[in-house]
Structure formats: structure tokens, C-alpha cells
Design a protein around this ligand. Structure first.
Ligand code: SF4
Length: 472
């Protein structure tokens, strides 16, 4: 996961400030590094760093930038190390100077093949980041082959397999495009004096954008002084007969902000519906329903409303720790759990608790939370999970890298119940996704069912591609 943003203004102005604002409201999509690339005359300048938006894009930095077109990125590392060079945007030098930049959200599953091919034709890559590969491919096509943006991106659609919601910058235009399956969200909106492209609508709200719409899978949007032009190359053959999109259902369950509207639904409503459906699996009374805050809040609320069991905020989250799942190193992750959650004192004593979480990936966090609440005096803890067991790694931009790390791949539900020391454990049922969305076939659910929509339906082959990618 990552977050992207692009701003185009008709006159020189505060594009950099607006990028900073929109990245800040998408900070939940990546906390490791961030950056901005902006037009300065007929060149593009870059500023990026490790850390949060408010630290890297400081007030002092921004007040010195006057620009009308800019792109930005918040990074959550999946491929490539946690280094500054792998952070985005990427600035691309040419013989005419730095006149292109790119930011992308997602992962390519055929990265290693594409990289080798690019190197074979003499294109040098300085990072191990998918965004750089996308940018350099486009620049190669624009400078040496078809020299025309729509044709270059249409060509990219045919050879780049995986997830990519991308913004591309030139001194006179902003381009946004999304892979043919539309894994990651991406929006276009009108702002005062121009246009914005963001990953989520919560960023559009901050920009006070109007006429916000989703950029469609395989749509190319070019924003220039001519206004917005949209192109939709025919990509039906690229979907291998599926004829469907593959929106990441985990965006709805966990990643996106609840105040965003993505894939045709309000995220908070989607999560409340999950909770309501989860509540129908039970027929018992408890003293309270407690979310593991924050991403489970609405799931727990839905459960509470449907079951009639009171909703309580029994666990308090320290918001300055960040999302545990996002931290790239296990030792940091473990330490973060203790710092992140604290049970209310004198609240849990003797209570039968329904504890709601959005998912179980490794199981380590939830085990600690269950122990914490038992330690605070709870009599029983019944864990309810707002997604099916995560059994398969994601290859499209979410950091669940190996089968071994996924507890549901290693243990049965009853073993996990024992492992996390819960009195009972129930997951949302895979077949009940159809109750949440009009057409479940438009969603990727591969981390639950192993049905990978892009590259191959053979998960072994995808794993091999992924391993090769790691070895570059
Ligand atoms: S595999 Fe899971 S996390 Fe990855 S895109 Fe598909 S649904 Fe989302």
C-alpha cells in the first residue's frame, strides 16, 4: 500500500501545499517515507525523506516553493528496502534535464522480467522500486518509441502485470492512470483553480474538491491547460476473459480511511455491514462489544447494533505509534503493540467481552491484546474477525510476504483460537462477501481464497515470480 497525489493549477501557486495536505490525510497509507516532485519553470524538482509528511514536508520547505503542478507520495514498503532511494516520487533525468517524475501505488508481479528487458535495451534503473520501473518505461517510450502519451501508457497496460495507480508529471501536464484491474483506488476531482488526483476521497475532502469521481481501471487521465482529457484503451483481452475488475477488498476492510468512498461504497458503511453480518453468526449475550481501534471501530459498531450488546471503547489507542501492521520489522511491531494499546482500568472486571478485529495476519498482536484484556479482569473473551482467514500472500501491494508468516496458513481456526487464548473465535465467511457488494467478482479476494486475478491463477507460479523479484 502507498498513497499518491497530483495537483494541477492553471496559474503558478500553492500546488506543493496542496500536495502536502492531501498526503497528510493519506498518511495512514504509508508512514515510512514521503516526498514531492514539483514543476519549477521548465524543470522538475524533488524533495523526499524518511518519516511522516509533517516532518519531511515542513512549513519552512513549503513556503519556499511556488509551483502549479506537482505530485506526491507516502510510502509503505513492500518491494525494495526501506531506504531513501526507494522512496517516491522518482525524478527521471533525460538529456534535456529532469523533466519527468512518477509516483505509483501497488506492486508489479512481473517486475524482474520487465527490469531485465529494460536493462537489455539500455535503460538504467537505480532502485528496486516498481514506481521507478513504470516511470522509466514511460519515458523510454515517450523519448524513443511512440512519443505519444496515450499510446505509451496503452503499451504499458499490455506488459505491466499487477497493481499500479500512478501519477506522472511533466512540466506542462499531470497524468493519472490505473491498471486494468483497478486494484488500488484513485480519484479525480476539481479544486479551486485546477484539478487533483488522490488515492482516497478523504484527501479530496481536505482539498474541498468537487465533482469527484473514481478514475476507472485502465483509464488514462491527462490534465493540461486544455483541461481534463480521458482515454480508455480497450483492455478486455488483458483481463484474460474474466471481464471483471479486481478491486482489493482489503482496502474496504482495513486499509482505506472510514470517511473515504471507494469502489462505489462508503468505507464506514461497508465495515458496519460486516459487523452486522458477524453478529448473525452468534446467539449469546455478552456485556460489551469492544473494537481493536481504529480500523475495527465500525465493524464492532455494526456488531453491537445488530446484537443489542453495548458498544464500548475498552481499549485506548495511542495514535502516535502508527499502525502495527505497517511497521516493516517484527521487533518494532512487537514493541509497538504494548505502546499502542492500553485497556481501561476497572472496566473489564468479570465481563464477558466480544472483541472485534478486522483481520488476523500473524496473530501476534491479537494474542497480546487478548492477554492484556484478560489481565485487566475479563471473564471471557470471544474474538470476532471482520474478514475470512488470511491464508495467502498478497502480490499487489500489501506486505504479507510469505505463507509461513500467515497464521491461518499454518493453523486451523481452533488452533488459532487456542494460540490467541480466546474463549471462542469466529471469522467473517468468504461466501458472505456477496452480501456486501453488488458483484463480488469485481473484487480481489486472493489473500482469502488464493484465486489470484493477475499473472496467473496458479499461485505457485506467482510465488516463483515473486521470489525472482526478490533476488534482483
Ligand atoms: S491479495 Fe488480498 S490484500 Fe492483495 S489485492 Fe487481493 S484482496 Fe487485496
Amino acid at each position: 500500500m502507498c498513497g499518491i497525489a497530483g495537483i494541477f493549477l492553471s496559474k503558478e501557486g500553492n500546488a506543493a501545499d496542496l500536495i502536502s495536505l492531501s498526503l497528510f490525510s493519506q498518511q495512514h497509507r504509508g508512514q515510512e517515507s514521503c516526498g514531492i516532485a514539483y514543476v519549477d519553470g521548465d524543470r522538475i524538482k524533488l524533495h523526499k525523506g524518511m518519516g511522516l509528511v509533517k516532518e519531511v514536508l515542513s512549513v519552512d520547505l513549503l513556503k519556499g516553493i511556488k509551483s502549479r503542478i506537482a505530485i506526491g507520495h507516502v510510502r509503505y514498503p513492500t518491494q525494495g528496502g526501506t531506504t531513501l532511494e526507494n522512496s517516491q516520487p522518482h525524478l527521471i533525468e533525460t538529456l534535456r534535464g529532469p523533466i519527468y517524475a512518477v509516483s505509483s501505488n501497488g506492486d508489479l508481479i512481473n517486475y524482474h522480467i520487465l527490469r531485465k528487458e529494460m536493462e537489455r535495451i539500455g535503460v538504467y534503473l537505480s532502485t528496486k522500486n516498481d514506481g521507478e520501473l513504470i516511470g522509466k518505461f514511460l519515458v523510454h517510450r515517450l523519448e524513443k518509441v511512440e512519443r505519444e502519451m496515450v499510446r505509451a501508457i496503452s503499451e504499458l497496460f499490455t506488459v505491466f502485470l499487477g497493481a499500479y495507480s500512478t501519477v506522472f508529471l511533466q512540466p506542462d501536464l499531470l497524468v493519472g492512470f490505473r491498471d486494468p484491474f483497478g486494484f488500488r483506488p484513485m480519484f479525480l476531482g476539481e479544486i479551486e483553480g485546477g484539478y487533483a488526483i488522490t488515492s482516497e476521497t478523504c484527501a479530496m475532502d481536505v482539498l474541498r474538491a468537487k465533482n469527484v469521481r473514481e478514475i476507472e481501471p485502465a483509464e488514462i487521465v491527462i490534465v493540461s491547460d486544455r483541461g481534463v482529457e480521458s482515454f480508455r484503451p480497450n483492455v478486455k483481452n488483458l483481463r484474460k476473459g474474466r471481464g471483471h475488475f479486481a478491486h482489493c477488498i482489503f482496502e474496504m476492510i482495513y486499509f482505506a480511511r472510514p470517511d473515504s468512498y471507494i469502489f462505489g461504497e462508503y468505507v464506514y458503511k461497508f465495515r458496519k455491514k460486516i459487523g452486522e453480518i458477524l453478529a448473525t453468526y452468534d446467539d449469546f449475550k455478552a456485556d460489551c462489544v469492544i473494537p481493536v481501534p481504529d480500523s475495527s471501530n465500525f465493524i464492532a459498531q455494526g456488531y453491537a447494533e445488530k446484537s443489542g450488546i453495548p458498544f464500548e471503547m475498552g481499549l485506548i489507542r495511542n495514535h502516535y505509534v502508527g499502525r502495527t501492521f505497517i511497521k516493516p520489522i517484527q521487533s518494532f511491531r512487537d514493541e509497538s503493540v504494548k505502546q499502542k494499546f492500553n485497556p481501561l482500568k476497572d472496566f473489564f472486571k468479570g465481563k464477558k467481552v466480544v472483541l472485534v478485529d478486522d483481520s488476523i495476519v500473524r496473530g501476534t498482536t491479537l494474542r497480546k491484546i487478548v492477554r492484556m484484556i484478560k489481565g485487566a479482569g475479563a471473564r471471557e473473551i470471544h474474538v470476532r474477525i471482520g474478514s475470512p482467514p488470511v491464508k495467502f500472500p498478497c502480490y499487489y501491494g500489501i506486505d504479507t510476504p510469505t505463507f509461513e508468516e500467515l497464521v491461518a496458513n499454518q493453523m486451523s481456526v481452533s488452533d488459532i483460537e487456542r494460540y490467541i487464548e480466546a474463549d471462542s473465535l469466529k471469522y467473517f465467511k468468504r461466501e458472505d462477501f456477496k452480501l456486501l457488494v453488488p458483484n463480488v467478482n469485481d473484487f480481489c479476494c486472493a489473500c482469502f481464497d488464493g484465486n489470484y486475478p493477475v499473472g496467473s491463477v496458479d499461485k505457485k507460479e506467482v510465488e516463483e515470480l515473486r521470489n525472482l523479484k526478490h533476488s534482483i
